[in-house]
Design a protein around this ligand. Structure first.
Ligand code: ATP
Ligand code: MG
Length: 446
């Protein structure tokens, strides 16, 4: 993309309405625009990151054997009357009537609808296990929408639902979700800690929330800080191997890590004092096992191997796709702007032309741009006639992890400069070497 032809409405001033750094930086970097309280347009730069996050979520869900579909945002009220949640959900549910006076609602979550799909088509244990998921906009009429897209009213969520013949199979699905979530967050450059949580309106006993540690987080957390060192890394997990998946979950959940809702002072006191930490976190996902809470009232039944009709065991599993942008920025920024992890960056590298209009410099930028694109990388070429200082400030604000600076002085000796946004370190090299270096950097992220 050439910046001169892009739509990147960056702001110099700090917007007064934004209380936390991620919200300020998303507004300043021209990523979002508020349209109503808690309702945002995703401007091109923000939309690019949103799609990268979605792509990672899709890849990791499909790797775990989970199947994507797409359910609508509007749902008929009668499904929710069957489960008993239509009245229970309260004012967070946005209710609408169509021209025929039929009651509809903008879905805050999809347990009822997915159970309806399941019961219409599946009746035998032979069709199980089955996990269906989608990434779709949700609406919750939050009493206090705030912090930008972090607590929106309309927000993008991945929600997945497992259907299993018994409790053991459903707990394996729960564990698969935990591992696939850990892998997704790691690919986004985040450490998200699974913490035992309370279940709220979804119901059920087994539930973990995934929290990104941040001062600005809305959840109070208590943890053994050795949990922050755990990494999945490149290890291969066979999602069909129940014992292996369960052992990964055990590794990530054996150290103390809880939100205030489930915090237990006595158990916490057993953590060695040097490791006992109390802080705040951002909830970026949650998984639940709730057995037959929806399948029983809604008649989602299968015939098992013994020929008996049994309600299916279910769970639901959510990732806050749009909230993740805020969480990543809270975890990765400095006083000049955002620092995108390579896995989610909107562009792989910026190209800064220090002397726009100089024939040799322009030509070098063009050939660098073409070489990066030929290798499947997506550069943002600042071909505007801004001063160098302003170009650098924009690059720093929008947070591309790598910048290639091209100017007449370097080109005289055949060199460009490759700069890391995170470390600030620069290195001179030939344009060919810069391309090869960027290709190697991004290889593990593709
Ligand atoms: P919270 O406690 O933050 O209100 P929740 O527990 O009600 O969230 P879930 O039903 O678990 O939310 O939804 C799955 C994920 O969707 C959450 O972990 C969170 O990341 C995201 N999410 C929930 N509510 C919002 C919101 N209002 N704005 C943006 N993301 C949200
Ligand atoms: Mg939750």
């Amino acid at each position: 993309m050439r910046l001169s032809r892009y739509f990147l409405p960056v702001m110099k001033e700090t917007p007064a309405e934004a209380q936390i750094v991620s919200h300020r930086l998303m507004l300043r970097a021209g990523m979002i625009k508020q349209q109503a309280a808690g309702i945002y347009s995703w401007l091109p730069l923000g939309y690019r990151v949103l799609r990268r996050i979605e792509a990672i979520v899709h890849e990791e869900q499909e790797r775990a054997g989970h199947i994507p579909l797409l359910m609508p945002t509007l749902q008929p009220a009668d499904l929710w009357q069957e489960s008993g949640r239509y009245d229970a959900y309260g004012p967070e549910m946005l209710r609408v009537k169509d021209r025929h006076k039929r009651d509809l609602l903008y879905g805050p979550t999809n347990e009822e609808m997915i159970t309806d799909i399941f019961r219409a088509h599946v009746s035998s244990y032979r069709d199980l296990p089955l996990t269906l998921y989608h990434i779709q906009w949700k609406f919750r009429d939050e009493i206090r929408p705030r912090f930008g897209i972090m607590r929106g009213r309309e927000f993008l969520m991945k929600d997945g639902y497992n259907f299993d013949v018994d409790r053991d199979a459903a707990l394996h699905a729960y564990n698969r979700h935990m591992v696939s979530y850990l892998r997704s967050y790691e690919r986004m450059g985040l450490t998200a800690i699974p913490m035992r949580a309370a279940s709220g309106p979804i119901g059920g006993d087994d539930t973990h929330e995934f929290l990104v540690l941040a001062q600005t987080g809305e959840s109070e957390v208590f943890y053994d800080d050795r949990v922050t060192q755990l990494k999945l890394g490149a290890r291969d997990v066979d999602y069909d191997d129940r014992a292996q998946v369960a052992s990964v979950c055990a590794e990530f959940t054996s150290l103390y890590a809880r939100t205030d809702e489930t915090h237990d002072e006595a158990a916490f006191a057993e953590v060695p004092e040097a490791h006992r930490k109390h802080g705040r976190g951002i909830e970026v996902g949650q998984i639940f096992y709730f057995a037959t809470k929806y399948s029983e009232p809604m008649g989602a039944v299968v015939v098992n191997a013994e020929g008996q009709r049994v309600p299916v065991h279910m769970g639901s599993h959510g990732i806050g796709v749009s909230r993740l942008l805020g969480a990543i920025i809270e975890a990765s920024h400095d006083d000049r702007g955002i620092i995108w992890p390579e896995g989610v960056t909107p562009f792989h590298a910026g190209i800064v032309n220090l002397r726009q209009g100089d024939a040799a410099t322009d030509a070098a930028c063009e050939s660098l741009y073409a070489a990066l694109k030929a290798r499947g990388l997506d550069p943002l070429y600042d071909d505007t006639s801004e001063r160098a200082g302003a170009k650098f400030a924009t690059q720093d604000l929008i947070g591309l992890p790598w910048r290639v600076t091209v100017g007449p002085r370097g080109l005289a000796s055949g060199k460009v400069e490759l700069t890391s946004r995170r470390s600030g370190e620069s290195e001179e090299m030939s344009p060919e070497d810069a391309v090869a270096r960027l290709e190697a950097i991004y290889d593990p992220h593709r």
